[in-house]
Ligand binder design. Structure first.
Ligand code: WTA
Length: 659
């Protein structure tokens, strides 16, 4: 944790009430209604969640106990039996939703597919049987490394159906990063595609899987490949199987496995401030309930809505708010393969117009990129179907919020700024669009049942409008259960950074925050060494070890500096080994090396060569000083934490010279 005091400089006083037409139709339709739900949940969280679990989900067997809390380990709906794929599919089949679109998919080249609930159910059952053909059983881990095509969602739901925890790895990660994740999860099967289309190119995926498996991940026995781009790939005899071949011989009948509420649903890797990415473990019952409820209330889903979340299924947002949350509600979830690109900067608005999208959920980094491209692009499309906008992934600056409100929402659509994390499984702090007035840049208030607070490093509450650390004081249904294979890391990272409060451990999110006089939360950013680059979480240590694996690098310090579009830009300070000397070519080579180790999202924007790094007496790099130096700011803070403070002046002079 950084030791500097947290100061908030943002002053924003604009307030936007939910439009009355919106509120009239909303399920939670007034501030009073929100406050009543909130108070009810706070008074007895277990009763609150139990009531909703009973009403909103299908259980094969009801639970015996709502919560078993042995801090920091929580179990929800103990003894309850259910299957999330049943809740997302089967239960809709006996209702008029049977022939409603579950997934509307648009490919980047302009091809498209719609799967009704009945069709999606059939595909999922069939694919579940395809996995069974290859010997995949309940409890086996399955890696998914896919483009944004319906088969990604089908694969996830099929894993859930047979009780095989999935571990989705973002398709932009490199072979090396994929290998690490498959190894940690000891995956038995990998599901991939020949490639996917992104920014007018066919991006190969199967070739990366081949590379990953050449280098490691020996537990992987089989690979299933979807044909998407039709680019040539190699198929390894006995190991690799075409999706379409397996499906031919698989029956479309596959009853959902009876899962325990606490059986693992998935593992998803995310970056932390230390060491390798952590396998965040989510289980079945609590996750199903929480993503269901947040989808329902935050997005105010209506039976006829077309809902579009632009995230990739490789991230938690894709898991919770493209697949599980919306489908559990029987909503129509739109999936888009592509990204705004030079040849079609307006492709998002085309998709909204084409399908009459009503709810649109995206990231601040995308909004800032749209602002830069100019409002003529969205203005040339009919966006009048939109009724609700959402944002996630990083703090949204008030200017971007106002642009989103004015240009995309035509001052008619409420905006829900949703704060949450891979670890929280679902949205934690957010407006409910028909109930909570919004302020540009604030995620507003906690979801009912979520007890959050702002405290200092010792766990003391801080006064309103003073920055502090965001903590959660009571377990919630979709909280991560552990770090896969490493319960000690789970305990240390999340539950021991802040001392107990009133004798109870609290969950430390890693973010700084300010609460204003109206009880609104203003997230300020990470306080650990985790960067947020275009909404992607990357750990400093992870990048430093990627750099260190290059033969020329002796040591490095990696930090993020503010960037207008991406939120943060990666800057690396590198000390070379003696027989290497600085050059532009070496800068290029190191950037390329990081891309190979982690992926294009981790490519440093700047690399500075140096022969010193600021360190504490115990040898830890003091990254906050690197941040100030790289951003060209004045060095503030206690220099005496650095063993040799003259290093700071030296570095500052070096960097100034380069600019
Ligand atoms: C940041 C993404 C401000 C935050 C769902 C958090 C946000 C990290 C917001 C989690 C928001 C996410 N306002 N900051 N609305 N949403 N963050 O695990 O720093 O990829 O800790 O989960 O993103 O990133 P993750």
């Amino acid at each position: 944790m950084s030791e500097t005091t947290i100061e908030s400089i943002l002053q924003e006083t604009r307030l936007f009430y939910p439009p009355s037409e919106f509120a009239q139709e909303a399920e939670i339709n007034s501030l009073k209604a929100y406050e009543e739900h909130y108070a009810e949940a706070k008074a007895d969280p277990q009763a609150f969640w139990a009531k909703l679990a009973q009403k909103e989900l299908h259980w094969f067997k009801k639970w015996d106990q709502v919560l078993d809390w042995q801090p920091p380990f929580a179990k929800w709906f103990v003894g309850g039996k259910l299957n999330i794929s049943y809740n997302c599919l089967d239960r809709h089949l006996t209702t008029p939703r049977r022939n409603k679109a579950a997934i509307i998919w648009e490919g980047e080249p302009g091809d498209s597919r719609t799967l009704t609930y009945a069709q999606l159910h059939r595909e999922v059952c069939q694919f579940a049987n395809s996995m069974k053909q290859l010997g995949v059983k309940k409890g086996d881990r399955v890696g998914i490394y896919m483009p944004m095509i319906p088969e990604a969602a089908i694969a996830m739901l099929a894993c859930a159906r047979i009780g095989a925890p999935h571990s989705v790895v973002f398709g932009g990660f490199s072979a090396e990063a994929l290998k690490d994740r498959l190894e940690d999860a000891q995956a038995k099967l990998v599901i991939t595609a020949d490639g996917g289309f992104r920014k007018d190119k066919a991006v190969p995926l199967k070739a990366q899987v081949d590379l990953a498996l050449e280098h490691g991940a020996p537990t992987v026995e089989n690979v299933i490949v979807v044909q998407r781009t039709k680019e040539p790939i190699t198929m390894v005899e006995g190991r690799d199987h075409w999706w379409h071949d397996l499906q031919k011989t698989s029956s479309p009948h596959c009853p959902a496995e009876i899962m325990d509420s606490e059986d693992t649903l998935f593992i998803l890797y995310t970056s932390g401030s230390t060491g390798k990415p952590k396998g965040v473990v989510h289980t079945t019952g609590g996750y199903n309930l929480y993503t269901h409820m947040t989808s329902k209330w935050v997005f105010d889903l209506k039976e006829t809505d077309v809902y579009w979340c632009t995230a990739d299924v490789g991230w938690i947002t894709g898991h919770s708010y493209i697949v599980y949350g919306p489908l559990s509600n029987g909503a129509t979830s739109l999936m888009y393969e592509g990204a705004p690109r030079a040849s079609n900067p307006g492709c998002f608005w085309d998709v909204i117009e084409k399908y009459g999208v009503n709810i649109f959920y995206t990231a601040p980094t995308a909004i800032r990129a749209f602002i830069k491209m100019g409002e003529d692009i969205p203005n040339a499309r009919d966006l009048s179907s939109l009724r609700l906008l959402g944002t996630v992934g990083e703090p949204i600056n008030p200017e971007a919020w106002m642009w989103y409100h004015r240009v995309i929402g035509a001052e008619r659509c409420p905006i829900v700024d949703t704060w949450w994390q891979t670890e929280t499984g679902g949205i934690m702090v957010t407006a409910l669009p028909g109930a909570i007035p919004t302020k540009p840049g604030s995620a507003t208030r906690p979801f009912p049942g979520i007890i959050v607070d702002v405290v200092d490093k010792q766990g003391n509450p801080v006064p309103d409008n003073t920055g502090g650390y965001l903590v959660v004081k009571y377990p919630w249904p979709s909280m991560l259960r552990t770090v896969y294979g490493n319960p000690e890391r789970f305990r240390k990272t999340y539950w021991e950074e802040i001392p107990h409060i009133d004798g109870q451990p609290v969950y430390f999110a890693g973010d700084s925050v300010r609460r204003d006089e109206d009880g609104y939360f203003w997230i300020m950013g990470r306080v650990d060494d985790v960067m947020n680059v275009a909404g992607h979480r990357l750990g400093s240590m992870e990048l430093e070890s990627a750099l260190k694996s290059h033969p020329g690098v002796a040591e490095s310090g990696v930090i993020g500096i503010p960037d207008e579009i991406k939120g943060e830009e990666i800057v690396a300070f590198v000390i070379l080994k003696n027989d290497f000397s600085p050059s532009d070519d070496l800068v290029k080579e190191l950037k390329q090396h990081v891309m190979e180790e982690i992926g294009a999202i981790a490519r440093p924007g700047e690399i500075y060569f140096t022969d010193v790094l600021p360190k504490t007496r115990s040898g830890k790099i003091v990254r906050r000083f690197l941040r100030q130096i790289a951003a060209g700011q004045e060095i503030v803070g206690d220099r005496s934490t650095v063993e040799d403070p003259t290093v700071l002046d030296k570095l500052e002079a070096e960097i100034r010279e380069k600019h």
